[in-house]
Each structure stands twice: as structure tokens, then as C-alpha cells.
Design a protein around this ligand. Structure first.
Ligand code: GRF
Length: 219
């Protein structure tokens, strides 16, 4: 484990396939980060099991124990701070977050959404895409702001929508891309290559080591 790795905290509510993709990318050395805690608002979220299997602190905080969303988010902030979290990653976290969390981590919370935002924000994005009859959909990693799926877009990937697609088949095609682009977005953040400018995110191109030359046109 390297000392300058980015500390990330992952918030989950469900199966955690995106969490798994992030864990695998970190373990493969593709993302310079470490997951310092996984927090779920659901006791039976399989994502907690995935965390335990990789010796990552897996924490359940029951939202029903708190009267307001703010009170719940205050405890979240406490836990995240306690673990030294620098970037919060929402991976299938099914709760609306409040200013309490947003103010503690301004432009330091990422989310993944199963549509090409700004199309089809909110719940059941794949169903919305099918009902609308779009030919291309996909997924979006974005920074979280106060709106619903409205924050600055970091990475998107597109997939075709087939005539015989069901919500399940389209979701599974989109998820394959999610598992690729979420680790990529975290990698770019960990390398300090993301800069929010207005609505957008500028991605700094990779700067070659000065001793490494490149040629143009490529061989
Ligand atoms: C993903 O489809 C993601 O786009 C949405 O929630 C789902 C989480 O899936 N935000 P998983 O728990 O990572 O398998």
C-alpha cells in the first residue's frame, strides 16, 4: 500500500457490483486509491459482504434510527472523516443526500447513473430509455451537486439499445460499461487530472515523462 494513495469511502445499498469493479481495479494496480470504508444503509446489502471478503471495514448504519436525512448524513460525515476519506463514491446508494454531506465533501462525491445524462435522471433510467425509444443509452459518472443526477459529468460510455431489449438486458449491457468507467473516473481523480469548470469537468491529458519521447504521426 502506497502512502500517497487516495482514501475513498464507498456508500452502497445493494449488490455492489460497481464496488467489486473498483476493488478489482485497485488490487490490479490500475487505480492509485484505497477503500478505507464501505458504508451501507441496508443491513443485507451484499456489497458489505464483498467489502469483508477484501478486509475492508464494512459498516451498516440504519437510516431508520434517525429522524431526518440531515441527522443521518451527520453520522455519515463523522464516520467518513474518522476513516480519513478524501473522496466519497456512491455505488448503488439509494438515498437522497443532503447539504450536510455535500458541504463536507464539495465536488468530492461521485455517482454513477445508468443513462447518458442529462437524459433520464432519477429512478428506473433504463426503463425510461426503453419507453422513450432511444437507440443509444449508456452510463455517466458525475460529481454530485444538490440536484438529482445534475452534477458535472466526468466520464460517459454509450451502448446500443436493441429492439428486443428488456430492462434486464439493457441494464446488464450498461453495467459492463459502468464497471469500466467508474474505476477510470476514480483513477483520473486520484491522479489529480479532473478540474471542475462551470458545468463541465476538464480532464488533463496524461503528461508523458520528460525522458519519454513520442512521435507524430505514430508508427
Ligand atoms: C448501478 O446500475 C448504478 O448505475 C446505479 O445503481 C446500480 C448499482 O449496482 N446507481 P451495483 O450495486 O453496483 O451492482
Amino acid at each position: 500500500m502506497r502512502g500517497n494513495d487516495l482514501n475513498i469511502g464507498v456508500l452502497v445499498s445493494g449488490s455492489g457490483t460497481n464496488l467489486q469493479a473498483i476493488i478489482d481495479s485497485i488490487e490490479a494496480g490500475c487505480v492509485k486509491a484505497r477503500i478505507v470504508c464501505v458504508i451501507s444503509n441496508k443491513a443485507d446489502a451484499y456489497a458489505l459482504e464483498r467489502a469483508k471478503q477484501h478486509k475492508i471495514p464494512a459498516i451498516f448504519i440504519d437510516h431508520r434510527d434517525y429522524n431526518t436525512r440531515e441527522a443521518y448524513d451527520r453520522v455519515l460525515v463523522e464516520k467518513l472523516t474518522e476513516h480519513g476519506v478524501e473522496l466519497v463514491v456512491l455505488a448503488g446508494y439509494m438515498r437522497i443526500i443532503t447539504d450536510t454531506l455535500l458541504d463536507a465533501y464539495p465536488m468530492r462525491i461521485m455517482n454513477i447513473h445508468p443513462a447518458l445524462l442529462p437524459a433520464f435522471p432519477g429512478l428506473h433510467a433504463q426503463r425510461q430509455a426503453l419507453q422513450h425509444g432511444v437507440k443509444i443509452s449508456g452510463c455517466t459518472v458525475h460529481f454530485v451537486d444538490a440536484g438529482t443526477d445534475t452534477g458535472p459529468i466526468i466520464v460517459q460510455a454509450a451502448v446500443p439499445v436493441m429492439d428486443d431489449d428488456t430492462e434486464e438486458t439493457l441494464s446488464s449491457r450498461i453495467q459492463k460499461e459502468e464497471h469500466r468507467v467508474y474505476p477510470l473516473a476514480i483513477h483520473l481523480y486520484a491522479e489529480g487530472r479532473l478540474r471542475v469548470e462551470g458545468r463541465g469537468v476538464i480532464v488533463t491529458p496524461h503528461i508523458a515523462h520528460p525522458e519519454v519521447s513520442f512521435q507524430n504521426p505514430p508508427a
